[in-house]
Ligand binder design. Structure first.
Ligand code: ZN
Ligand code: ZN
Length: 372
């Protein structure tokens, strides 16, 4: 699949705006909706349109698709494809890539093994800066005793005596309309075309066994929860000497107790004393890159946002970092000593305000109020 296919399905150009894509999608999905359109093939067409829109209708997925195709076509394993949206996205990629299990007319043909998925938990900082991890997971691998042919060591599989190696046999069925010949998978070799007279004691003839597989994953800097990375050949062993499936590593990033992250931007709530905010100050602000000095101008208000350029997370596609947004939260002191009270009263006077300081209510005052 090349990365214009989805555009072609929606009948729009690669430079189409989000609005144009949405319009084209609405029109086509109405036209091919299986409730409306009963023509043969309409339902498939409808599904294709849905699939295309799921990617192109989302700016982020669209950008990934433009760059990497549906799942990063080709490549030699490693990091070659991203899609947001977790499991749903995975299924879509899977079905579009392998044709949803299309016609297997030849049962002896090599088939790629199953794709697998691994959920990788990452700490907040690991997702930002990237990390190398070794993971271990069970998968079907070529049996270590027979090296995948299913035969007892010292013996070889032979051409199936029943089907002559074709993997299929003709079966006659009696139906009310008479005798009908149909093709069925050979029950001796189960479609492999090879008969194993003496089975391997480890895998009992399957040629596969579950083994822990270890692989090193280089998580790129800037990933987010739900994004996934394809490790080519990391899945289960193939059938009939077919290639291994792929492994999809799906990231699950932990939250931080200090920061919030949205894409490459990081948000930080900064408490500020009201005097600092009123008079201005220079403060130290934590960022994932270390502390940074920030000048607070006099007269700063709660909710004001200061931008620390380049102090966010790396941009996964593109260069540089996002920004850190420092959002001010002015804290009113909960307790004041006499000197502070006096100073504030003087401040109020100087501002021309009259403040009638509340004396703290005593226990009996409160009680009285409740009974009134
Ligand atoms: Zn056979
Ligand atoms: Zn074996």
């Amino acid at each position: 699949m090349n990365n214009t296919e989805y555009y072609e399905r929606l009948g729009v150009s690669k430079s189409a705006s989000q609005d144009e894509i949405k319009k084209a999608y609405r029109k086509l999905s109405k036209q091919y909706h299986p409730d409306i359109n009963k023509e043969a093939g309409a339902e498939d067409k409808y599904k294709e349109i849905q699939e295309a829109y799921e990617t192109l209708g989302d700016e982020q997925k669209r950008a990934a698709y433009d760059q990497y195709g549906a799942a990063g076509a080709g490549g030699f394993g490693g990091f070659d494809g991203f899609s947001s949206g977790g499991f749903g996205g995975f299924d879509d990629i899977f079905s579009s890539f392998f044709g949803g299990g299309g016609a297997q007319s030849n049962p002896t043909a090599p088939r790629q093994g199953q794709d697998l998925q691994y959920r990788m938990k990452l700490k907040f900082e690991e997702a930002i800066f990237g990390v190398d991890k070794e993971i271990s997971y069970p998968r079907e691998q070529a049996c270590h005793t027979c090296h995948g042919n299913g035969a007892k060591p010292g013996t070889q599989p032979v051409t199936c005596s029943k089907c002559g190696g074709r993997g299929q046999v003709q079966v006659a069925r009696d139906t009310p309309l008479g005798r009908v010949m149909t093709t069925a998978t050979c029950d001796v070799c189960h479609g492999t075309g090879k008969e194993i007279k003496e089975k391997c004691p480890t895998c009992h003839g399957s040629g596969h066994e579950k083994q822990e597989h270890k692989v090193k994953v280089s998580v790129p800097a800037g990933v987010e929860t739900g994004q996934q990375m394809r490790m080519q050949g990391g899945g289960d062993a193939g059938v009939n000497q077919g290639p291994y499936g792929d492994l999809y590593v799906v990231f699950d990033v932990a939250a931080s107790d200090k920061f919030e992250r949205d894409g490459s931007d990081i948000f930080y709530d900064m408490p500020l004393e009201f005097v600092q905010a009123a008079l201005g100050d220079e403060v130290e602000v934590p960022t994932v890159h270390g502390n940074v000095k920030l000048k607070i101008p006099a007269g700063t208000q709660t909710g004001q946002n200061f931008r620390l350029r380049g102090k966010g997370a790396p941009k996964l596609r593109g260069t540089g970092n996002g920004d850190q947004h420092v959002i001010v939260n002015i804290v009113t002191p909960k307790k004041l000593n006499d000197a502070q009270k006096e100073a504030l009263t003087a401040f109020a006077k100087a501002s021309g305000q009259s403040v009638s300081a509340q004396k703290p209510e005593g226990f009996f005052d409160k009680l009285k109020k409740e009974f009134k």
